[in-house]
Design a protein around this ligand. Structure first.
Ligand SMILES: [Zn+2]
Length: 119
């Protein structure tokens, strides 16, 4: 009798703990989503500002700018609204393969080329 009661209490405690952990995890995801929405809004504002400068200061029209965006989209071979991640390529100093997310070549120690649009 005592053993069953203890087992039931332990099970209730485990379930409550799991529910609390799930609640915190859901809150973290919600916070990340809010941050991502703010990032997207900021990027849209920057893009619109740059688009406007290209039109007013450099003579590009919407048609040409859209064509350029489609060129970027097509870099990975398909127009799908995104550019697939690319491999980092070879080191320009020693021609060995570069590792992703490294600032320096693992083989020769030279700084890796910076590509602001690497995904
Ligand atoms: Zn190298």
């Amino acid at each position: 009798m005592f053993h069953e009661a203890l087992s039931s209490a332990t099970s209730d405690y485990s379930a409550a703990f799991a529910a609390e952990q799930a609640h915190y995890a859901a809150n973290r995801v919600e916070d990340q989503l809010v941050c991502m929405q703010a990032d997207i809004e900021r990027l849209l504002l920057i893009t619109e500002g740059l688009w406007s400068i290209l039109k007013s200061e450099h003579g590009y029209d919407d048609e040409e700018l859209v064509r350029r965006v489609l060129e970027v989209d097509l870099k990975d071979g398909k127009i799908d609204g995104k550019v697939a991640a690319q491999k980092p390529g070879d080191c320009p100093h020693c021609n060995r393969p570069l590792s992703q997310d490294r600032r320096y070549c693992l083989y020769c120690g030279e700084p890796t080329p910076i590509d602001l649009f690497t995904r």
